[in-house]
Design a protein around this ligand. Structure first.
Ligand SMILES: NC(=O)C1=CN([C@@H]2O[C@H](COP(=O)(O)OP(=O)(O)OC[C@H]3O[C@@H](n4cnc5c(N)ncnc54)[C@H](OP(=O)(O)O)[C@@H]3O)[C@@H](O)[C@H]2O)C=CC1
Ligand SMILES: Cc1cn([C@H]2C[C@H](O)[C@@H](COP(=O)(O)OP(=O)(O)O[C@H]3O[C@@H](C)C(=O)[C@@H](O)[C@H]3O)O2)c(=O)[nH]c1=O
Ligand SMILES: [Mg+2]
Length: 300
């Protein structure tokens, strides 16, 4: 099997390089054509939409796994156009090309497609209503892929972190080393999900073949708040001797932490559909955090 992985240096893309390798030949792209570890790969800038077709024609993969996205939630409010090109137009074009050539497509989306007014974990089929430009652009990407006719799987996930890359875990460890006290919102609820879980699930799905096209939710089990996640990060990091001292973590409200983009107050996702379809085992978010810290030391 030949796989084309777009965005091999992102949080999820990096883990996909590992998880997809046993399935066959994996051709990897980054924006610049080199990997962060210095290795060579293919170059693809999703914002150059016309360059997608020649790459696909040359590589001729069985599946494309798209791990690229414009993920700067606050910056998307002022770079709306670029967010839509990368998160919606480019995936739409990619899906059209996949449809034409019988290529399967795996893509990732976000809990930020929801408005957060839910009171129980969101199902794949629940109505969306993104609050900000990032969520709107990701939803437009889902819709473009859905309309393309390509065989596809869109894994909607949330609160992704890893020991490398830009994410909440690494932000907390950095700020915790600098300050005695952090203030973290306690009224936004979701499910922190490690990048390795998303990469492992995609590999398992591809090993079996996409059963049915559509959107499927995939997050670690259980739920917490950003404040709860921060406390867990410091507790687990301290227990492993990764940090010398735990900062105080004060619970605050969203109103006390103003940001350019609005975020959903509740975006817990129900992963049971995907789990049943492919027989996946999904760990609890706290157990997944422990596993993550036991696998790798967080990078500086
Ligand atoms: N991070 C999160 O909390 C969540 C992420 N998701 C989704 O999961 C998927 C993977 O995200 P994640 O790994 O966390 O994101 P990262 O931000 O870690 O990685 C995104 C990757 O996309 C690349 N990229 C951005 N713009 C372009 C472009 N124009 N051309 C080529 N490459 C580009 C980035 O490269 P560069 O470094 O060069 O910019 C980076 O390698 C995305 O679809 C995202 O929307 C869903 C829910 C939560
Ligand atoms: C750094 C910091 C953040 N916060 C808040 C802001 C925000 O509400 C929350 C998380 O901050 P972040 O900037 O890490 O979160 P954010 O960038 O919104 O994370 C999102 O990224 C995109 C890509 C997704 O798809 C989402 O699922 C989600 O993971 O914590 C604090 O309360 N205190 C702090 O010191
Ligand atoms: Mg962020």
């Amino acid at each position: 099997m030949k796989l084309l992985l777009l965005g091999g240096d992102g949080q999820v893309g990096f883990e996909l390089r590992r998880s997809l390798a046993p399935l066959g030949e994996v051709v990897v792209t980054t924006r610049g054509g080199t990997l962060a570890d210095g290795g060579d790969c293919e170059a693809l800038d999703l914002a150059q939409i016309d360059t997608i077709e020649p790459l696909l024609r040359r590589v001729r993969p069985d599946y494309v796994i798209n791990a690229t996205a414009y993920t700067a939630v606050d910056r998307a409010e002022t770079e709306r156009e670029l967010a839509f090109i990368v998160n919606a137009q480019a995936p739409g074009r990619l899906a059209e090309l996949c449809a034409a050539d019988g290529i399967g497509l795996v893509h990732y989306s976000t809990d930020y497609v929801f408005d957060g007014s839910g009171t129980r974990p969101y199902l794949d089929t629940d109505p969306t209503g993104p609050l900000g430009a990032y969520g709107q652009s990701k939803l437009a990407g889902e819709q473009a892929i859905g309309a393309s006719g390509a065989r596809h799987l869109i894994l909607r996930t949330a609160w992704v972190y890893a020991t490398r890359g830009g994410n909440f875990l690494r932000t907390m460890l950095r700020l915790g080393a600098e300050r005695e006290e952090l203030r973290v919102v306690a009224d936004q609820h979701g499910s922190p999900t490690p990048a390795w879980l998303l990469a492992d699930a995609a590999a398992q799905v591809l090993g079996q073949g996409i059963a049915e096209s559509g959107v499927r939710h995939l997050v670690a089990a259980g739920q917490t708040s950003w404040h709860g996640f921060a406390e867990a990060i410091f507790d687990e990091a301290h227990a492993r001797g990764l940090i010398e001292r735990k900062p105080r973590v004060l619970p605050i409200t969203t109103a006390e932490y103003p940001t350019p983009a609005r975020r959903p107050a509740y975006s817990v996702l129900d992963s049971r559909h995907l789990q049943a379809e492919y027989g996946l085992t999904i760990p609890d978010w706290r157990e997944a955090l422990r596993t993550t810290l036991d696998r790798d030391r967080p990078g500086a």
